[in-house]
Write a protein that binds this ligand. Sequence first.
Ligand code: G6P
Length: 617
Amino acid sequence: MCGIVGYVGKRPCRDLLINGLQKLEYRGYDSAGISLLADGEIDSVRAVGNLANLRVAVGMGTNGDAPVAAPSATIGLAHTRWATHGRVTEENAHPHGDCSDEVHIVLNGIIENHAELRQDLRGDGHVFSSETDAEIVAHLIEKHYSGDLTEAVRSAFGDLRGHYAFAAMHAAHPDTLVAARQECPLVVGMGDDETFVASAIPAFLAETRNALAIENGEIVTVTPDGATVTDAAGASVARKSEEILWDEDAAEKGGYATFMRKEIDEQPDAVAETIADRLPDKDRVDLSELELDPEFVRSMRRIVIVACGTSYHAGLVGRYAIEQWARVPVEMDIASEYRYRDPVVSSDDLVIGITQSGETADTLAAMRLAREKGAKVMALTNVMGSQATRDADAVLFTRAGLEIGVAATKTFVSQVAAMYLVGLWVAQQRDALPAERVAELIAELRNLPSKIQETLDSVEERVKAVARAEKDGTFFLYLGRNVGLPVCLEGALKMKEISYIPSDAYAAGEMKHGPIALLDESTPVVCVATDSPILDKVLSNVEEVRARGADVVSIATEGTPRVAEASDLTIEVPRTDWLLQPIVAVLPLQLLAYHVARMRGLNVDQPRNLAKTVTVE
Ligand code: G6P
């Protein structure tokens, strides 16, 4: 979830570009850089850390230092990077150049076929100076360039697979930027005698409110006079610009009222980033980045998952997937319990610590304890360079981008997606699943981003209606079985933490052993009743609840009318493999908590008594 800003016009643009990056800071980043073109040469400066470091590196705001990075240049590119491929270093920060430093590019997203492209380019004599997938694009443009930058970008675009947006400039073209989009956002800002290209509107909103959206598969050539949009085949595309009416507060959140809502809507993209190049073929999961000894993976005795909060719920979903697909026993524990119970753990166990921030004290302590006792420890985290990455033998990044809202949303779905990858990868390493089943599941996993989008597009109105009806409720109950249970736990957690309405999640089969006494006509019961081998069992629990007069809102897989017949209201989610249903079933529950909290006038981004990372011992 990096940030791109480019400028071409009449004004010196160094400060304009860095100010633009500042407006994208809310997206989160770990390094930044800028390239400026003047007098036929590109000058580039990159820095690890925040923009203050970049400002110092280019000589802005320092007394008497000779400024670098061509302050007089009127064309340039700038970038904030959130590391996904390659560590957080100056070399890996963007912009990246080609062999002769004539082409510079900035890129957001992921190039899935980076390994084979890099190999081919190396074979042709290209020399790389970073570990990133992004640098490949500069070399591809160099390879295809023969005087026309737009055509070189178009050819490079044709070689790439993945989801990304990038912008490029060439030393021989002092008044042209060319950018391309495949899945990741890209927008052009049209000023007077100047044009911006960026990954999000806030980057240029202080300079112009006239914006032109670029769609998937399009290439845009930008000059001080405006923008020309073409498709991948070179045909011209007519596109009108529109006026952006956001105020400053909305601009910071990309036009959204809250960060939480913005992050809910970023979930298709977050999951796309998580799975991207880890499913390189129709029949293969590639987690070689874990660098775990294949012999250990084949022979390990069990997996133990430790985590807190939402990460714990993602682990619970992962447990079902790993046991079902890989037939390895999985034990699951809350990190703050595990660390104090003198657990039995040994060198043939794999302990997975799931922590979005990579800094939660209990999870770190549980991971350290397991390591001391000889277990192999793997971290599943969203943050490069976090403590968890240093305390683990193997690391898998979720790549969900920065999450600002305290209530975890996009980081949950990306953790769940990552756990599916782990389950399938272990199954493959241990030959636990037939090849056709692996291929089937890979196809389903690849479809998840579009199914998440479909769900977000379709459930809103029904969820809002439930929220309106129940916003003054005093208690919510969530019921589910099997993979539906962690979805309920997560839904109830969201409701508690942002709406402050007492809520409980229960294994539906346990209801009759006591909690059913809580129910009466005023209790909304949310039932996760997605299609599965135990759906009939869930439905008989729904009957028990309705017999007490409670109102049942069911989350059902499309095409299962018997759930609607058994419920007062049904919210349908798209069909996928039954073990993958949690990733879509959780979305209406996130939205329900969100709308209830908003209707109650609460601050969803910063709920009372809660912080994003709990580091207290
Ligand atoms: C806090 C946050 C939760 C999060 C939990 C674990 O309680 O409010 O949203 O799930 O910490 O955080 P981690 O960074 O370890 O996933």
